[in-house]
Design a binder for this molecule. Structure first.
Ligand code: HDE
Length: 697
């Protein structure tokens, strides 16, 4: 007979409880003596089905997964609070818009749209920006994106859009990307998408971090005041840290280096107490403006330029706590656009109306029943009273005898507490009494027919660097499309937007001639003015706050220079990571060992907003054939980053092919403190864009 021995912890006794509170139990509360060995008939005999401990453990494991969201599957949630700075009783009676200084708890989930739960963070994609406000009048969900327009005008097209964007059904790829035939086929046959196409081909879809993105409610909503008067509103989130994106080649490399780049960034920032903040802005306008405006305010493929209706800042969102449990919070949170509070109302935007149906429906499937509002992350933080009852997993069940209305309990007879809640016409939610007329029709309003004017406005509002990135993105994506007719059709659309852009993409694709314009439903307005608010680079932060400097050190590096760089970056509100050939770190010129945060191949320059290389000449010679070291320098150059260096690094910079190409984006910091401060100040521009026009060897 085989000898019996304890396999559970290598004999180190880690598995023994320290007190009674430590004792492991089954889900039914039975204390467990051993959950590492299945009950068997003899030490080498068959396993017994009677083992309730093993069977419960495996049963629960088998059911751990819930369906991932059909879109926005990959997301990252964080807690925070919203604080109103300016009351707006003239527009809305919502308490959240009237109680200045009150901290309303929030939960925000950022997401990509197309990829599955395990897809990389830096896919070229729209980012979801959904916030649940736990107000005293119930939950308000502002389920927005980081782009203020959408692909389609009517919710009925959503399944087609998403089918086309997701992996092709026969082969199951490509994952988390739009660079394929189905997507561009659908888009090129849906001219209403053209404004959105300009946005997604811009660097907005490759944000550096969730912390550096704007957010938008997208649709026109209504605000309704105490008197029942309504104004239209568009919601904006403005990041306090400013906007920032990466470049495409960098995004590709980041995805390989760290598929969790964005969620890690958020976790690290919050963990370090560096809480990201966004201002909530509103664009408020009335029916008269809606009548005069060049486009239909119910058309979600259009913006209202900020220069036309300024964004008024009314409050601030602060994200200050990471989740305790990813599944319970980030996975189980259920946003519904229909969750609005008295004082906020919907408009007739056909995309919004369709969403109001879809979100509730999808939660039923995903969370398994109608009681998902009982889950702590979804439960309102104000009193909840109604006669809804039972259902799967009912957890907050009312007491008492009455579960219907009208009822007369408590009106003189019967128990008062049995009476239950009553609807309240005074304070309860009332829909804005918008007049509705017209025949039942299945048509798209003619007021939605202009597909190109704002696409052009977006394009001409960008800096030349951003315009080049857009042309490159379109060329890249369409180069992945196998069918030439789709490439041609897309260029045919671009001709309505900007002939120069169309030509650049046609050249990039090697099209023999410029395709004819696709017939337009309505001729575009060609003289819409530029809107500087649409450019990322025109709205840069001019500061290194919240950004990360990567300092690559090796043996003999000047300790004073490393310290000066660290001090300067931290003084500017930035973070610093030390990268070295070994994770243990390197001995610097002062003879002391400096610990590293990353080994060089785990800390490539794409992980940082700016980099520095500080090592002795001997080290630079030692690592000048080391591929990760060469890539560190070469990529920083190629991605237009600011680079601090000491002259001793020449041997490495030479093999990296940058020594003879050093421009004003390179700063010699060997003289110490002042040079380091000067470097960090330069880094406020985030990238040295002039370099992009220079061709390297
Ligand atoms: Fe969504 N969308 N969507 N969407 N959406 C979902 O709901 C849908 C649209 C957005 O972090 C789903 O709970 C339809 C616009 C975000 O949990 C689903 C239409 C905008 C999130 C759904 C749209 C969004 C979702 C999938 C066309 C920006 C993630 C899982 C009318 C304003 C929320 C879920 C989270 C999620 C439907 C279009 C934003 C299926 C039918 C426009 C941020 O209900």
């Amino acid at each position: 007979m085989a000898k019996e021995f304890d396999l559970s912890d290598g004999g180190a006794n880690h598995q023994k409880p320290k007190s009674d509170d430590d004792v492991m139990t089954t889900a039914q509360g039975h204390p467990i003596a051993d959950d590492q060995n299945w009950l068997t008939a003899g030490p080498r005999g068959p396993q017994l089905l009677e083992d309730h401990i093993a069977r419960e453990k495996i049963f629960h494991f088998d059911h751990e997964r819930i369906p991932e969201r059909v879109v926005h599957a990959r997301g990252y949630g964080v807690h925070g609070h919203f604080e109103l700075k300016k009351a707006i009783p003239q527009y809305s009676r919502a308490r959240i818009f009237n109680e200045v200084g009150v901290k309303v708890p929030t939960f925000t989930r950022f997401s990509t749209v197309a990829g599955n739960k395990g897809s990389p963070d830096l896919a070229r994609d729209v980012r979801g920006f959904a916030t649940k406000f736990y107000t005293q009048e119930g939950n308000w969900d502002l389920v927005g994106n980081n782009i203020p327009v959408f692909f389609i005008q009517d919710a009925i097209k959503f399944p087609d859009l998403i089918h086309a964007a997701k992996p092709a059904p026969d082969r199951g790829f490509p994952q988390a990307q739009t660079a394929h035939d189905n997507f561009w086929d659908f888009i090129s046959l849906s001219p209403e998408a053209m404004n959105m196409v300009m946005w997604i081909m811009s660097d907005r879809t490759i944000p550096r971090s969730f912390r550096f993105m704007e957010g938008f409610g997208v649709h026109t909503f209504r605000l309704v005041n105490e008197k029942g008067e309504s104004h239209f509103v568009k919601f904006h989130w403005k990041p306090k840290l400013g906007l920032q994106s990466v470049v495409w080649n960098e995004a590709l490399k980041v995805n390989g280096m760290d598929p969790d780049f964005h969620r890690r960034d958020m976790w690290d920032a919050i963990d370090a107490g560096d809480f990201p903040q966004w201002d909530l802005g509103i664009q408020v306008f009335d029916e008269d403006f809606a009548e005069e405006f060049e486009f239909d305010v119910l058309d979600a493929t259009k913006i209202i330029p900020e220069e036309q209706v300024p964004v008024e800042i009314i409050g601030t969102l602060t994200l200050d706590a990471n989740v305790d449990n990813f599944f319970a919070e980030t996975e189980q949170v259920a946003f519904c656009t229909q969750n609005i509070v008295p004082g906020i109302d919907h408009s007739d935007d056909p995309l919004l109306q369709g969403r109001n149906f879809s979100y509730l429906d999808t939660q039923l499937k995903r969370l398994g029943g109608p009681n998902f509002t009982h889950l702590p992350i979804n439960a309102p933080k104000c009193p909840v009273r109604h006669f809804q009852q039972d259902g799967h997993m009912a957890m907050s069940n009312p007491k008492g005898r009455v579960n219907y209305e009208p009822n007369s309990w408590g009106d003189g007879d019967g128990k008062e507490e049995d009476r239950g809640p009553r609807a309240c016409p005074m304070n309860g939610f009332t829909s804005y009494e918008a007049p509705v007329t017209g025949p039942k029709v299945r048509v798209r309003s003619e007021t939605f027919a202009d597909h190109y004017s704002q696409a052009r406005q977006f394009y001409i509002s960008q800096t030349p660097v951003e315009q080049t990135h857009m042309a490159n993105a379109l060329t890249f994506e369409l180069s992945k499309v196998e069918r030439v007719s789709i490439r041609q059709r897309m260029v045919g659309h671009l001709r309505h937007i900007d002939d120069g852009l169309a030509q650049e993409v046609a050249d990039g694709l090697g099209l023999a001639e410029l395709p004819a314009k696709v017939p337009a439903a309505r001729e575009p307005i060609t003289d819409l003015p530029e809107s500087p608010a649409l450019s990322i680079l025109k709205n840069g932060p001019d500061s290194f706050k919240g950004r990360k400097l990567g300092i690559y050190i090796a043996e003999g590096g000047d300790a004073g220079v490393v310290k000066a760089l660290k001090d300067a970056a931290e003084a500017a509100g930035g973070m610093v990571e030390i990268v070295a050939p070994h994770v243990a770190g390197a001995k610097l010129s002062d003879g002391k060992m400096m610990e590293a945060d990353e080994k060089i191949d785990g800390g490539p320059s794409v992980a940082y907003d700016a980099v520095a290389v500080v090592m002795s000449e001997a080290s630079a010679k030692r690592y000048n054939t080391d591929k990760p070291s060469i890539d560190f320098v070469n990529d920083a150059f190629a991605h237009a980053k600011f680079v601090a260096y000491v002259p001793a690094v020449q041997p490495l910079f030479e093999t990296a092919g940058v020594w003879n190409w050093m421009d004003d984006g390179f700063v010699d910091v060997s003289s110490g403190k002042d040079a380091a401060s000067n470097f960090i100040e330069k880094c406020g521009k985030l990238r040295f864009w002039d370099r992009e026009s220079v061709k390297q060897d």
